[in-house]
Design a protein around this ligand. Structure first.
Ligand SMILES: N=NNCCOCCOc1ccc(-c2cn(C[C@@H]3NC[C@@H](O)[C@H]3O)nn2)cc1
Length: 449
């Protein structure tokens, strides 16, 4: 029997996001978000699913916190719905919105669970989208106003803040590929959106420091890993381009104060200019206290002439896949973490999302999700290897506490360690919940393979 033992100071948690779990979209003074609009646009979300009810967590947060208390987590990572705080994005603050998050945070603190608060997890107020959304540079100041309002309202209660969740998804997946809200397909717009989000991140960090808010602040980019199929230079270069799309484009500005020139040139070749204003790069590269990393999957890939923006193609090398069709690639987790450490230094890292999609249903009140337990084991083994290689990992939060609205996949794809019956909203702890609980309690687990 071999065990994987984590340092006693390792922190453990679970993650969710507002639009994916709260529901109650017309309650408490909430305004519309771009995901309310997008999910109700025919053809955008599977089965026409939307977040109107979701997991009902707006009203069931006490039950959710009870489950986290049972789990024994140190952190609960949740996101605030900007349209609950400022229904039109700016203007008069909606006290009922603040009050909801105070109830949630007070419940967490009472159980000794630390809140980790994501300010932007994609639910931009629709009123701001109507004025150009993140393509409009003025949205930066609207975000900073919202962030400062939250910093001051929760001073002393929330001590871990994340500005943006997965800016690659919120910019390129949403404005170049059109897969997420608002569903544009415009590379120039996506490049503008990404830059405006980067500036908004930096301005929020800068104000966090000026306000002297107690706590730490970071952001949570999503990363995938493309491993070259061969040692041919064309394959190596193709993977560098693909990796840079998720990594360098969002890490270099923050950690180096500049965008990767080869990507700037590549975007320009494809008709998209980078519009940087004086002072932007200095503000973006404000030092952060921690880096959140969201990792799910990766691929072996190679050069393919004229294939997409990066002349790169993923190849099927027989990796097992989860029910959403993503490769199970724990080696990629190790590779990307050691790459980040080597390239960007010893920044403290929380794994702010890692998890898998498996769609088992309850049978006699039990959900036998052994494949999710295996995914967790494989990725925690890779995480342990990365830590032993010197990567400064502070904690691991699995995605997700419960099944929820998985964006364009609607409710068809389940990532939770707790099953949700979307008709009754009944929660059922899966086998993976009990495995994760035991692992957190022990600080180690026995390797099954
Ligand atoms: N990559 N290129 N693909 C080309 C065409 O893509 C089609 C689809 O693309 C993607 C890429 C990435 C994702 C994704 C989803 N999550 C899971 C969420 N993370 C934050 C939290 O809210 C979770 O729900 N993380 N990433 C979805 C779709």
């Amino acid at each position: 029997m071999s065990i994987v033992q984590f340092p006693k100071e390792m922190k453990w948690g679970v993650a969710t996001a507002s639009y994916q779990i709260e529901g109650a979209v017309n309650e408490g003074g909430r305004g519309l978000s771009i995901w309310d609009t997008f999910s109700k646009t025919p053809g955008k979300v599977k089965n026409g699913d939307n977040g109107d009810v979701a997991c009902g967590s707006y009203h069931r947060y006490k039950e959710d916190v009870e489950m986290m208390d049972d789990l024994g987590v140190d952190f609960y990572r949740f996101s605030v719905a900007w349209p609950r705080i400022f229904p039109d994005g700016t203007g008069e603050v909606n006290q009922a919105g603040l009050d909801y998050y105070h109830r949630l945070v007070d419940e967490l603190l009472e159980k000794g669970i630390q809140p980790m608060c994501t300010l932007y997890h994609w639910d931009l107020p629709q009123a701001l989208q109507d004025q150009g959304g993140w393509g409009n540079r003025q949205t930066i100041d609207a975000f900073v106003n919202y962030a400062n309002t939250m910093f001051e309202a929760f001073e002393g209660k929330i001590k871990h803040w994340i500005t943006f969740n997965e800016p690659w998804c919120a910019s390129f997946l949403s404005n170049y590929m059109g897969v997420h809200a608002p569903g544009n397909q415009d590379l120039q717009l996506a490049v503008d959106v990404a830059h405006h989000m980067n500036v908004a991140h930096g301005k929020a960090v800068s104000d966090f420091r000026k306000l002297g808010i107690e706590g730490q602040i970071g952001y949570a980019p999503n990363v995938e890993w493309n491993e070259p199929y061969s040692n041919r230079q064309e394959d190596i270069d193709a993977c560098k381009r693909a990796n840079a799309f998720h990594l360098d484009w969002f890490f270099d500005p923050v950690f180096k104060g500049e965008y990767p020139k080869f990507l700037v040139d590549l975007f320009e070749k494809n008709g998209a200019q980078l519009h940087v204003e004086p002072g932007d790069m200095e503000i973006i590269s404000q030092p952060i206290d921690f880096l959140g990393i969201n990792y799910y999957s990766g691929s072996v890939a190679r050069y393919k002439e004229n294939e997409g923006l990066f002349e790169h193609e993923r190849i099927d090398t027989g990796f097992q896949k989860t029910d959403i069709g993503w490769n199970i690639y724990p080696e990629g987790f190790y590779n990307v973490l050691t790459h980040i450490h080597k390239t960007y230094g010893d920044v403290p890292i929380y794994i702010t999302e890692n998890g898998s999609c498996y769609n088992e249903e309850p049978e006699n009140g039990r959900v036998r999700d052994s494949k999710r337990i295996d995914y967790l084991q494989q990725h925690l083994i890779a995480l342990d290897r990365a830590m032993k290689s010197g990567v400064n990992i502070k904690g691991y939060l699995t995605w997700s506490l419960m099944d929820n609205f998985e964006w364009a996949e609607g409710y068809t794809m389940r990532f939770g360690i707790v099953h949700v019956n979307y008709r009754t909203l009944e929660r059922t702890k899966k086998d993976s919940f009990y495995w994760y609980k035991q692992m957190i309690s022990n600080g180690f687990f026995e390797r099954l393979s």
